[in-house]
Design a protein around this ligand. Structure first.
Ligand code: KIV
Length: 257
């Protein structure tokens, strides 16, 4: 097993796993020093390409952004989202995951669960492709946002889903927008680490979309904590540049050859 993956698994019950998304080298390089996992998420569809959902991002988009991200990553585990339609059956999943790994040298891929891909996960793992699962709100398969696992019955259903993913051989699972009760139940019932987003404190780790937590994307649902307001910082810098250009203060002698 890849040493980085082993280290992530060993963090369960010891140290919370810190994860963020990246779509380019410069951001990845900053994150790499501080986080355990960098995810090239298909959230790039909304964040970078302005799509309404994640459905139209292509395998090629994902590969190109991961090639850039990889240049900034030395120590973190690099996980790549397989886009919608790229794992419709075992054959397609293997062909596409193999291509992603070959072209990007990433460590693992992530598949959103549609309740039918346990067989796919099992096959990929058998072929030595490390897989991260993803349950709860899975934007590739659900159009309407909803918190899941609020009733005991729903929580048990999600637990079965998580257990099936674990049994299929995934090394970790993202729990997106689950009730805290459901996330806790799953986290305490499976051996592989859970990475929460909008699922409360009782997960083995947390992930956020970097552009959201830095205040660039303009998307701040309740589960996002805004750790910086980069929109404001960028606007201030650009206004200063504009003023300097208009007033012929830029370039000064020190910026001129
Ligand atoms: O695409 C993404 O960024 C994700 C995270 C929100 C987990 O899947």
């Amino acid at each position: 097993m890849n040493k980085k993956i082993k280290n992530i698994i060993l963090k369960k019950n010891k140290s919370k796993i810190v994860s963020l998304t990246a779509y380019s080298k410069n951001i990845a390089k900053i994150l790499d020093r501080y986080v355990d996992i960098i995810l090239v998420g298909d959230s790039m569809a909304n964040v970078l390409y302005g799509h309404k959902n994640t459905h139209k991002i292509s395998l090629d988009n994902i590969i190109q952004h991961t090639i850039s991200v990889k240049m900034g990553v030395k120590k973190s585990l690099l996980v790549v989202d397989m886009p919608k339609g790229s794992y419709i059956n075992t054959r397609a999943a293997f062909k596409n995951a193999k291509l992603v790994i070959k072209k990007t040298k990433c460590d693992a891929i992530k598949l959103e669960n549609n309740k039918n891909n346990y067989k796919i996960i099992k096959y990929l793992v058998k072929k030595k492709i490390p897989v991260m699962g993803h349950i709860g709100y899975t934007p590739q398969f659900k159009n309407k946002f909803k918190i899941e696992g609020q009733s005991k019955q729903q929580a048990i259903k999600l637990l079965h889903e998580a257990k099936a993913i674990e049994e299929a051989g995934a090394f970790s699972i993202v729990l997106e927008c689950l009730s805290p009760y459901s996330a806790k139940l799953i986290t305490e019932s499976i051996k592989i680490p859970t990475i929460g987003i909008g699922s409360g404190i009782n997960c083995d780790g947390q992930i956020l979309v970097t552009d959201d937590m830095l205040g660039i994307s303009g998307f701040y649902p309740r589960f996002v904590k805004k750790y910086a307001n980069l929109q404001k910082i960028i606007k201030t810098a650009i206004k200063k540049f504009k003023k300097d250009v208009r007033n012929e203060k830029f370039p000064s002698n020190s910026n001129t050859f």
